[in-house]
Ligand binder design. Structure first.
Ligand code: KG4
Ligand code: ZN
Length: 340
């Protein structure tokens, strides 16, 4: 079973092929350099760049894997959430291929696919016996979500964003500090030199029963804190990054604990995915706070990629083959910008 994954929900054009559960190749063409000069992703530029790149990237994938186009059995594509114009490029490309090859197509949720990024490095045996049921966290530029998963394809929503996402907050705070886009990696690097205790940070959503994530208050707090300085020294920036970073992660850890206090969940592990999962301080804090195996994606599969899309489709195929009707190919689906 050869599954082609296609991902174009934001600023990475990505394709990958998985063959019977083994990743053959994953290619990502990132637009970060293009958007960096604007300090954030410009949706129309993102969509136009996907259109320019996707066909070439797909043929490069076929060439590097020595797989012929008509050997593809199933096409998996990100349907949402994401930037509508960007999603339309990947979905239209997938529909075109599906019609040309007469192969089924499966539209997938980008946030759920991220979770599968954390499973990519694990053997099928471990995934089957040692991971589920589990908590899964997706912490990215667009989403902060905590799920409970009894198996690789069922997502019970436990905690979700009520405003800005965690990665988005890193990007905005970095911008306030005059740092480059994307902010997460830069803030992490500078925070290593800083004193995390110099500035006191607010405890966001301190009510234990409030099961959501919020980052707009922390962003506003950082805005007013930065305004107090006439000029920021290097050390001020290091200390602001360190204090902010820990406050951003403290909220996530606290909410996982709140969820566990309110109801007893049977969990064998925690999966952590999304761009922010690349952060080493975040990984350390999670290990320090939870006495469970925690699985993170390899760095290449933290940010957007198509390997996670193909991997999620593979699990759907294994778990519920009926959802992928090989005889009755459906093209009647749309893209969506928000989670639903
Ligand atoms: O998953 P992703 O590539 O795209 C979305 O689906 O949103 O995540 C990108 C986000 C950006 O906000 C970026 O600043 C953040 O992940 N990020 C990080 C780190 N690396 C990327 N945040 C904190 N620390 C990092 N090392
Ligand atoms: Zn993503």
């Amino acid at each position: 079973m050869k599954i082609l994954g296609i991902e174009t929900s934001c600023d990475e054009t990505a394709v990958a092929i998985m063959d019977n559960g083994t990743l053959k190749k994953s290619l990502v063409s990132s637009q970060i350099e293009i958007h960096a000069k604007y300090g954030g992703v410009i949706p129309e530029i993102a969509a136009r760049k996907h259109l320019e790149v996707i066909r070439k990237l797909f043929y490069q994938l076929l060439e590097e894997t020595k797989i012929k186009v008509n050997e593809i059995d199933l096409i998996a594509v990100t349907q949402g959430p994401g930037l509508v114009g960007a999603l339309l490029v990947g979905v239209s490309f997938a529909k075109g291929l599906s019609i040309a090859l007469n192969k089924p197509i499966i539209p997938l949720n980008h946030v759920y696919a991220h979770v599968h990024g954390a499973l990519l490095g694990l053997s099928a045996d471990i995934v089957e016996s040692q991971v589920f049921p589990c908590f899964s966290l997706v912490v990215s530029g667009g989403h902060t979500n905590l799920f409970y998963m009894k198996d690789p394809v069922s997502f019970e929503h436990l905690v979700e964003s009520s405003d800005d996402a965690c990665g988005e907050c890193f990007d905005k705070v970095a911008k306030l500090l005059g740092l480059a886009y994307p902010g997460g990696p830069v803030v992490e690097k500078l925070a290593k030199k800083g004193n995390k205790d110099r500035f006191s940070m607010p405890e966001i959503l301190s009510d234990k029963k409030q099961l959501s994530f919020s980052y707009s208050g922390l962003k506003t707090h950082m805005y007013y804190l930065i305004q107090k300085f006439d000029q920021l020294s290097k050390n001020d920036i290091y200390d602001l990054c360190a204090s902010f970073q820990d406050a951003a992660f403290e909220q996530i850890i606290r909410k996982i604990k709140c969820v566990s206090e309110l109801k007893k969940y049977d969990t064998k592990s925690i999966l952590v995915a999304g761009g922010v999962a690349a952060n080493q301080r975040f990984r350390q804090l999670l290990h320090d706070n939870f006495n469970l195996p925690i699985h993170f994606p390899e760095l290449a599969y933290c940010s957007d990629n198509a390997a996670m899309v193909a991997a999620y489709a593979h699990q759907l195929y294994l778990n519920d083959k009926k959802r992928i009707d090989l005889e009755n190919i459906q093209h009647d689906f749309e893209v969506y910008s928000r989670f639903h």
